[in-house]
Design a protein around this ligand. Structure first.
Ligand code: CTP
Length: 391
């Protein structure tokens, strides 16, 4: 159990701190809240007290508390201080070392690590003053999370939205160096494209970047899972705590997946080539006629795994579709005998990009996650997997 001191700043996103407290408690942490004057216009001390099951601190001039527990103790007793949401104004005051209320005094009087989750209008986030303050805070050793991009309460669009509470909870666990929701579990992840050689110098490939699969492997490892990542040819660093097996072709990937069993969960994110070519021993020369490639079917790794005797209890497939996304994904789920299909619409610029809209197709129905950064899709999916294993 870790102790988190949560400072709730002013801003519409303050209501999401309630969800954050719930998630942190679920992860076994104790949460004690400080509510700023600005924050108190958006959430009540009563809400935070009920969710944290602790007293909520609001003012520096509460003499009883100063006698019982000075503001210095309040921060010393915490393993991590989290400011959520942190506003442009609060960051400016933190960067300047102002100490004119309980929150800023605590932040100045502590050497406990601090993590801040910003939420503000896009123009405020991109303003030179805020950019300067964020750089200053990061230079001072404070972890300032990147805000999400999307539609805002003020009607504008861009970066500035508070990251999803589950992503903040994940970042908190990383900052604390703890998370054991998936401890003792082995998760197998495939990611990236496969390359199917045509001759010694050419191959068939696809546009998969591997980013989503790598992010998922990292998010699962952050929850304490032992992760085997079977990766097709991609130029990505191995996420912390992940065992990586590099492969080139679909048949090599199938072999590596089988060799990695048994597993509790399999998440098949790879864009596996459906066919391979009868490989020419020598480089195919440019002749009078263009060569004809004869394709043969590759093993379906997901379908084979989902029907195997040593099938992992939870098998998750991905489906990249360009039309009738959910309908096709639902059919794919049944055809391949996967428990869940994570479907995404790749008719836009998803492949290689950083954002993703996905639909989680399960037996009970469909849940859609709209336009999220791939990192957030990863943390949400890892949390959903942990939820599924706990029930
Ligand atoms: N998959 C796999 N092995 C293959 C092909 C696909 O394991 N040879 C997995 C992918 O990792 C992914 C899911 O199956 O989890 C996606 O399959 P997809 O290629 O979309 O399905 P297909 O059966 O090829 O259907 P489609 O006709 O839509 O291409």
């Amino acid at each position: 159990m870790k102790r988190i001191l949560l400072i709730v700043g002013g801003g519409i996103a303050a209501y999401k701190s309630a969800e954050l407290i719930r998630l942190l408690r679920k992860r076994g942490h104790a949460v004690r809240c400080v509510l700023t004057e600005g924050g108190s216009h958006f959430v009540t001390p009563m809400t935070l007290a009920a969710l944290s099951e602790d007293k909520v601190y609001t003012t520096l001039w509460d003499l009883t508390d100063e006698a019982e527990m000075g503001h210095i103790q309040l921060s010393r007793q915490a393993d991590l201080i989290v400011v959520c949401p942190v506003t442009a104004d609060l960051m400016a005051r933190m960067a300047a070392g102002v100490a004119d209320d309980l929150a800023t005094t605590l932040l100045l009087a502590t050497d406990t690590p601090v993590l801040a989750a910003p939420a503000m209008n896009v123009r405020m986030w991109t303003h030179a003053a805020t950019v300067r303050n964020v750089a200053q805070l990061r230079g001072d050793g404070i972890t300032v999370l990147e805000p999400d991009e999307g539609a805002m309460a003020c009607g504008e669009y861009g970066p500035g939205r508070l990251p999803e509470p589950v992503a903040i909870a994940e970042a908190i666990d990383r900052a604390l160096g703890v998370s054991d929701r998936l401890a003792g579990r082995h998760v197998l992840v495939t990611a990236g494209p496969t390359h199917e050689p045509i001759d010694p110098v050419r191959y068939l490939a696809n546009r998969s970047s591997g980013k989503q699969g790598f992010a998922i492997a990292g998010a699962l490892a952050a929850l304490g899972a032992r992760v085997t990542l079977v990766a097709g040819p991609v130029m990505l660093p191995t996420p912390a705590g992940v065992d990586r097996v590099d492969v080139e072709t679909a048949r090599e990937m199938a072999g590596a997946v089988e060799a990695a069993l048994p597993a509790d969960v399999a998440v098949m994110v790879a864009a596996v080539a459906d066919w391979h070519v009868a490989v020419a021993v020598q480089k195919v020369k440019k002749g009078a006629m263009p060569p004809v490639l004869t394709l043969a079917e590759n093993p379906d790794i997901l379908a084979t795994l989902a029907s195997a005797a040593n099938r992992p209890p939870l098998v998750i497939g991905f489906a990249a579709e360009t039309e009738r996304v959910i309908e096709h994904a639902a059919a794919k789920r049944l055809r391949k005998k996967a428990d869940w299909i994570v479907a995404n619409d790749v008719s836009g610029d998803v492949m290689g990009g950083d954002a993703n809209t996905v639909h989680i197709v399960r037996e009970g129905g469909v849940e859609s996650w709209e336009r999220l950064p791939k990192a957030t899709v990863a943390t949400r999916l890892a949390d959903a997997i942990a939820d599924a294993l706990e029930t």
